[in-house]
Design a protein around this ligand. Structure first.
Ligand code: NAP
Ligand code: GDD
Length: 344
């Protein structure tokens, strides 16, 4: 059997790591673009890394960057991919206000650079391309949001992603390239970056439960998100590229919770009940037993413009791709907290 080659940008990130493991299990040879950094950033894939001299390797890593066209082209030539998953991004919405130009270059132009490489290398017939589009593109559009909803991006991050969404569709239609968008709602796991709200909460809850931290300081407690588990979502991503034709699909759970509700569920898992007092920046969460403040709010973590309410409608993916999310919010949160407790 000839093994399929998959190229993943963003292989060192949350989704890249889960997808690499998933594809290797399926028998793929996985090729990943990694960035040079002063300290090694491959911790999420160290368990599948193989030494360069091993025969029949199934994981290959190449230095490159989505801002560097020549590295993109070289990696595509070297890895000879059947499927390209473009997961690389400056993926933090709040940081995108601080680095708008860089974020747009990576999240917008980076996608164009890959698509142009596919076109210039005349790989349009051979390669399937996946673009990691985001529910953030819906912004202030009323939920539930589906493939048919309007986009109303609220951040430099979302605007860059929306450019990539459209350029993917345009290259599909103009050049007959198999290019698809997965519009994924928030998904989390033990591999989530430390500064995203779910990871921040789970890590803090684990530490607070062991008296290693006093409280969590958060921003907007009332934003609602449709949170799923990254392990389910990477399977959906793969299914999108196995579909009979290139197309766009929403992946979501269809259920939304506020940041405040997430905090309550997380504390409940370690046996702590939270009582809320005050309003706005003065709102606090108190441990019902010890009466100590365990949650407070700071404007430092608010965004200049916020996406208040995301809840997806993924009927199309469920029907056409036979995709479903299997891991519920409580299980996801307990797995994330257990991981943090073990690390302590
Ligand atoms: P993540 O953990 O932040 O991973 C991002 C990856 O992109 C990392 O491997 C990072 O490398 C890499 N990267 C950043 N800048 C790059 C550049 N200039 N050139 C090449 N690679 C670069 O993000 P994630 O949660 O796995 O998300 C994966 C993709 O899905 C992203 O495009 C994200 O925007 C999108 N998305 C995520 C969600 C979600 O809820 N997780 C939902 C919708 C869409 P380093 O490790 O070196 O930093
Ligand atoms: N990060 C963070 N930190 N967010 C906080 C905090 C805090 O201390 N307090 C409240 N929040 C709120 C944010 O204002 C936002 O409304 C919500 O929690 C979720 O924030 P993040 O976890 O940073 O994720 P995101 O929804 O902005 O973006 C993630 O999901 C997108 C898909 O909708 C990222 O993974 C994006 O890359 C992805 O596209």
């Amino acid at each position: 059997m000839i093994k399929k080659n998959a190229l993943i940008t963003g292989i060192t990130g949350q989704d890249g790591a889960w997808l690499a493991k998933f594809l290797i299990k399926k028998g793929y040879k996985v090729h990943g673009m990694i960035r040079r950094s002063s300290s090694i950033n491959t911790k999420r894939i160290d368990d599948i890394f193989q030494e360069p001299f091993i025969k029949n390797k199934n994981l290959y890593l190449y230095y490159g960057d989505l801002t560097d066209t020549s590295s993109i082209q070289n990696i595509i030539i070297k890895s000879n991919p059947d499927e390209i998953y473009n997961l690389g991004a400056q993926s933090h919405v709040k940081v995108s206000y601080e680095t708008p130009e860089y974020t747009t270059d990576v999240n917008g132009m980076g996608t164009l650079r890959i698509l142009e490489s596919i076109r210039n290398l005349k790989l349009g017939k051979k390669v399937k391309f996946y673009q990691a589009s985001s529910s953030e593109m819906f912004g202030s559009t009323k939920p539930p949001q589906s493939e048919k909803s309007l986009f109303a991006p609220q951040s430099p991050y979302a605007a860059g992603k929306l450019y990539s969404y459209w350029i993917t569709k345009i290259y599909r239609e103009a050049y007959n390239i198999y290019a698809s968008n997965g519009i994924l709602f928030n998904h989390e796991s033990k591999f989530r970056g430390d500064t995203f709200v779910t990871k921040k909460i789970c890590k803090s809850v684990a530490k607070i439960s062991k008296n290693k931290q006093k409280k969590i300081i958060l921003g907007n407690l009332y934003a609602k998100r449709d949170w799923g588990d990254a392990r389910d979502y990477v399977e959906g991503v793969w299914r999108i590229l196995q579909y009979k034709k290139p197309d766009d699909f929403v992946l979501s759970t269809g259920k939304s919770f506020s940041v405040k509700e997430f905090v309550e569920i997380a504390f409940k898992y370690v046996g702590i009940k939270v009582i809320w007092k005050g309003k706005g920046l003065k709102e606090i969460g108190i441990n019902s037993k010890t009466k100590k403040v365990i949650v407070s709010v700071s404007k430092l973590y608010f965004r200049p413009t916020e996406v208040d309410f995301l809840r997806g409608n993924s009927n199309k993916a469920r029907r056409e791709l036979k995709w479903k999310n299997k891991i519920n919010l409580n299980k996801m949160i307990s797995d994330m907290i257990d991981f943090e407790l073990n690390n302590l």
